[in-house]
Design a protein around this ligand. Structure first.
Ligand code: COA
Length: 390
C-alpha cells in the first residue's frame, strides 16, 4: 500500500507534504459541527449529537444549524410554519420528474431536479445572506416532496401532495407511502434526519463549499453535493449495506463473507471512516433503533446479521480503528420501516440539505476561492508530433 501521507517534490524541486484525499488538511474554519474522531464525539454548534437526538426535532436542529442558536418557542413555531408553507414545489418541476425515465437512479433524478428547481428561482444568482436563507428554507422544505415524487415516479404511482398538519419526517413518509405513518415510525425518521444533518467537511459538504466559493449559486452547489453524496464511499454506502446483507443471505454465512472480503482486500460497506477511528456516535444510536424495529417487526434476521458483521469486524480490524459508521445501521432501520432500498441515499440528502445550505451560507460570509494545487510528475518539454507522424 502506498503511503497516504508522504513527502514529495514539486516542480521546482522543493519537498512538500502530500496528503492523499486531503486527509487531515484544514480547508477552512467552520462553526457548524465538530468531530472528535478519536473519542467518537459529534457536536452540532457545540451540542452533543446524543442530546439533539434525544430532545430535539429535525426542524429545530435545522433552525439551529442555519441560525447558530436554538429557537425560542415562537421562533420554532414560525420556522415550522415556514417549512410547511414551502413544501409545494412548482408544478413544472413535478412535470419534469414525470418526464424522467422511471428506471433512472434516484440520486441522479434528485440531482437533476435540484438543478431544475433553480430555474424557477428568479433571483437564483443573488447571493445575499437573506436570499440564501430563504432559498435554504425552500430547499429543505422541498427535498422531501421531490424525493417522495421521485420514488412514486419510479414505482409508477401518482404523486401525493404534502400535508400541512404533519411534521417534516411524518409528512415525508406520508408522501412516500400515501398514508400517515405511525408515531414511532415518524419519530425514528426524525431522529435519523437529525443524525445525518451535518458532519464537518465530508465530501458532499466540501463539494458544495468548493462550488459556492467561485461565487456560483446555491442550486449549483447543492446539485453538485447531491452528486457527491451518491457515491458508495459516501452516502451511497447505506444502500450498499443492504445489498451486502441480502447477498450474504443468512446468519451462518456472515463469517465466511466478511473473512473473504478482508482476505481479498475488499471493503465491508458501512465500516471505516476518514475521521472516526472509533465507534461513530450516530451508529450507536441507529443500532438501538434497528434492534427495536427488528423486535417490533419480528424479523430479527437483518439486525442479527448486522451484529455478527460488527462482531467479526471488531475482532479482525477494530485495532485498525475500523468500526461501524452512520450508514451501517441506518440501512436496516430504513429497511425495517418498509422503505425502498433505492430511497436510502435520497433520505440522507433529505437530511443533509440542512447542513449543506448552512455551509454554503457560512462559506459566503468569509469566502476565499478554493484552489489547491496538483503536482505534475510527468515528462516536460515533450515535442509535438504532427498527426501524420504518430
Ligand atoms: C469511508 C472510507 C472511504 C474512508 O476511507 P479512507 O480514510 O480513505 O481509508 P482507506 O480506504 O484508505 O482505508 C484505510 C485502511 O483501512 C481499511 N478499510 C477502511 N475501510 C474499510 C472497510 N469498510 N472494510 C475493510 N477495510 C477497510 C483499508 O483497506 C485500508 O487498509 P490498508 O491500510 O491495509 O490498505 C472507507 O473506510 C470505506 O471505503 N468504507 C466503506 C464505505 C463506507 O461505508 N462509506 C461510508 C462512510 S460514512
Amino acid at each position: 500500500m502506498a503511503d497516504k501521507v508522504r513527502e514529495i517534490f514539486d516542480e521546482s524541486g522543493q519537498a512538500i507534504e502530500f496528503r492523499e484525499g486531503l486527509e487531515g488538511v484544514v480547508a477552512a474554519l467552520s462553526m457548524i459541527s465538530s468531530i472528535d474522531g478519536e473519542k467518537g464525539i459529534l457536536l452540532y454548534r457545540g451540542i452533543p449529537i446524543e442530546e439533539l437526538a434525544a430532545h430535539s426535532t429535525f426542524e429545530e436542529t435545522t433552525y439551529f444549524l442555519l441560525n447558530s442558536r436554538l429557537p425560542k418557542q415562537q421562533e420554532l413555531r414560525d420556522f415550522e410554519q415556514q417549512l410547511k408553507s414551502h413544501r409545494q414545489v412548482p408544478a413544472a418541476v413535478l412535470d419534469l420528474i414525470r418526464s424522467f425515465p422511471a428506471n433512472a437512479n434516484a440520486m441522479d433524478l434528485l440531482r437533476t431536479t435540484v438543478s431544475g428547481l433553480g430555474l424557477y428561482d428568479p433571483d437564483s444568482q443573488t447571493n445575499t445572506v437573506e436570499k440564501n436563507i430563504e432559498r435554504a428554507i425552500n430547499l429543505i422544505a422541498s427535498f422531501p416532496t421531490i424525493v417522495a415524487a421521485i420514488q412514486r415516479r419510479r414505482s409508477g404511482k401518482e404523486f401525493v401532495a404534502p400535508q400541512q398538519d404533519l411534521s417534516h419526517a411524518a409528512n415525508f413518509l406520508y408522501m412516500v407511502n400515501g398514508e400517515a405513518p405511525s408515531e414511532y415510525a415518524a419519530k425514528v425518521l426524525d431522529v435519523a434526519l437529525i443524525l445525518h444533518a451535518d458532519h464537518g467537511f465530508n465530501a458532499s459538504t466540501f463539494t458544495a463549499r468548493v462550488v459556492i466559493s467561485s461565487l456560483s449559486d446555491m442550486y449549483s452547489a447543492i446539485s453538485a453535493a447531491v452528486g457527491s453524496l451518491k457515491g458508495p464511499l459516501h452516502g451511497g454506502a447505506n444502500s450498499e449495506v443492504m445489498s451486502t446483507l441480502q447477498e450474504i443471505g443468512s446468519l451462518d454465512k456472515v463469517e465466511e463473507y466478511v473473512m473473504n472480503r478482508l482476505a481479498t482486500k475488499q471493503k465491508v460497506m458501512g465500516f471505516g471512516h476518514r475521521v472516526y477511528h472509533t465507534y461513530d456516535p450516530r451508529a450507536r444510536i441507529l443500532s438501538q433503533f434497528s434492534q427495536k424495529l427488528a423486535q417490533q417487526t419480528g424479523n430479527t434476521k437483518w439486525y442479527e446479521m448486522s451484529r455478527k458483521i460488527e462482531e467479526i469486524m471488531r475482532r479482525e480490524v477494530g485495532s485498525k480503528g475500523i468500526y461501524p459508521n452512520v450508514d451501517f445501521y441506518s440501512a436496516t432501520v430504513y429497511y425495517y420501516m418498509g422503505l425502498d432500498q433505492d430511497l436510502f441515499t435520497p433520505i440522507f440528502a433529505v437530511s443533509r440539505i440542512s447542513g449543506w445550505t448552512a455551509h454554503v451560507i457560512e462559506q459566503l460570509q468569509n469566502n476565499r476561492l478554493f484552489r489547491p494545487r496538483a503536482i505534475y510528475p510527468g515528462p516536460k518539454n515533450v515535442p509535438y508530433v504532427p498527426i501524420n507522424d504518430r
